[in-house]
Structure formats: C-alpha cells, structure tokens
Design a protein around this ligand. Sequence first.
Ligand SMILES: Nc1ncnc2c1ncn2[C@@H]1O[C@H](COP(=O)(O)OP(=O)(O)OP(=O)(O)O)[C@@H](O)[C@H]1O
Ligand SMILES: Cc1cn([C@H]2C[C@H](O)[C@@H](COP(=O)(O)O)O2)c(=O)[nH]c1=O
Length: 223
Amino acid sequence: MAGRMHNDTQEYRHGCFITLEGGEGVGKSTNLAMVCEFLESRGIEVVKTREPGGTPRSEAIRHLLLDPSEVEPLCDDAELLLVFAARAQHLACKIRPALARGAWVVCDRFTDATFAYQGGGRGIDSSRISRLEDLVQQGLQPDLTLLLDMPVDAAQQRVTQRGTERDRFEREHVAFFNAVRNTYLERARSSPERFAIIDAARPLTEVETAIRNCLEQRLASWK
Ligand SMILES: Nc1ncnc2c1ncn2[C@@H]1O[C@H](COP(=O)(O)OP(=O)(O)OP(=O)(O)O)[C@@H](O)[C@H]1O
Ligand SMILES: Cc1cn([C@H]2C[C@H](O)[C@@H](COP(=O)(O)O)O2)c(=O)[nH]c1=O
C-alpha cells in the first residue's frame, strides 16, 4: 500500500496501522505476536506496541491506570484523561514516527478501548470521548481493527486460568464487561470497513487461521 489520505488536514501516512481489540482474556496478547510474524514474513517492517503504554512515559501512566491499590479511588474523568495523555505521548514518540518512515504499527488496544471501557463501562458520554479523540489523533485512525469477541464468562475463565494478579480493570464486575463487549460490537457493526470481528471462543489454531485469512484479504485489497 502506498499510503492514504486520512483527513482533510493533508496528513499523509505511508505505513498501515492495525489494532487488536476486545475484552479481558479474549487472546489479544496471544495473537499480537502472530500478526506481527505474519506481516514480517511478507517483508514488512513492523512495530509492535500496546495501549495504554508503548513508551516509557506512557508505560508510567499505564501503571497509574492499572494499579489496583485502594489508597485513593481514580475518578472517571481522571481515568479518561490519563488514557488520552498516554495516547498523545505514544502517538508523538512512537506511532506517528513509525508510520511516517513506512513501518506498520500493530497495537494491542487503541481508542476503541476508550469508547468501550470509559464509554460503555464507566458511562462517560461518547461525545466527550470523541472530542478528546479529535484533539489527540487529528484524524489518525487504524486502517484495520481486529475485534476478538467472545462471551464474557468464558473469557473470565481464561483470565482466572492465566493466573496473573488481576489489575484494576480486571477486578470490575460482569455488568461492566458486558457493557464493554456490547460497545465494541456496536462500534464494529457501525464501521464494517475498518473492523473484522473474530470469534475468539474457538481453539487457538482456528482463531489464528481466521486472523491470517483476514490479513490476506486486506493485504490483497491494499495493493
Ligand atoms: N483461543 C484460545 N483458546 C484457549 N485459550 C486461549 C486462547 N487464546 C488465548 N488463550 C489463553 O487465554 C489467556 C488469555 O489470553 P491473553 O492474555 O492473550 O488475552 P488478552 O486479551 O491479551 O487479555 P488481557 O486483556 O487481560 O490482557 C492466556 O492464558 C492464553 O494462553
Ligand atoms: C487502551 C485502553 C485500555 N483500557 C484498559 C483495558 C484493560 O483493562 C487495560 C489494559 O490492560 P491489558 O492487559 O493490556 O488489556 O486498560 C481502558 O480502559 N481504556 C483504554 O483506552
């Protein structure tokens, strides 16, 4: 792909921006490596990253966001602003420079997570999130978003089996996770040209095959 116009501010990008999204435990981290290897096998320079995080300062903000200590509750607006502060730094120091030099960026979560978690989960109005999105991203959007979707109870079992300590978000209740899932699905259905919904409840080999098939199709259409 030679690069595409994304908005009327004449921003011109050369690399492609791919995001993986979905609720807790659906397999984003597991499949991220496979996506990167697949693209690298096609001769593409790939930058693998994640949100919140991806740069030293953004990772420090991630720590604040995920810290489960109950010393002081984090209010919803502070959570939203921290997410976008981490994203602004990530875009400036890592994502935009990589895209500009022609690398492809594969990111574990991006702004769809903000609409799902802070919007659907916390109940923040989506118009407020959109204003911050415009401010921070200035029209930059993923070219492809792989939404790994599965029922919340099965995904929660995977988180439990993984055995890692639950972070501040992972300690939320089932209604929160169902709201997150429903918001993701609504967003995917309203932008089918950007999203691919992957049934993540299947065995890993089947999920990998579905993702590879999707990437093959997109690569062919971007040529
Ligand atoms: N298709 C699958 N079938 C069964 N187990 C899976 C599958 N995909 C991933 N797993 C396992 O489920 C657990 C959660 O996967 P992973 O950590 O990749 O999810 P995640 O979406 O990145 O989670 P989080 O949002 O909490 O970071 C891991 O132990 C992983 O090995
Ligand atoms: C980008 C983004 C993330 N979150 C939440 C969602 C997850 O619970 C954590 C990240 O942890 P993971 O192990 O990397 O999945 O952060 C959010 O609430 N809003 C966002 O925009």
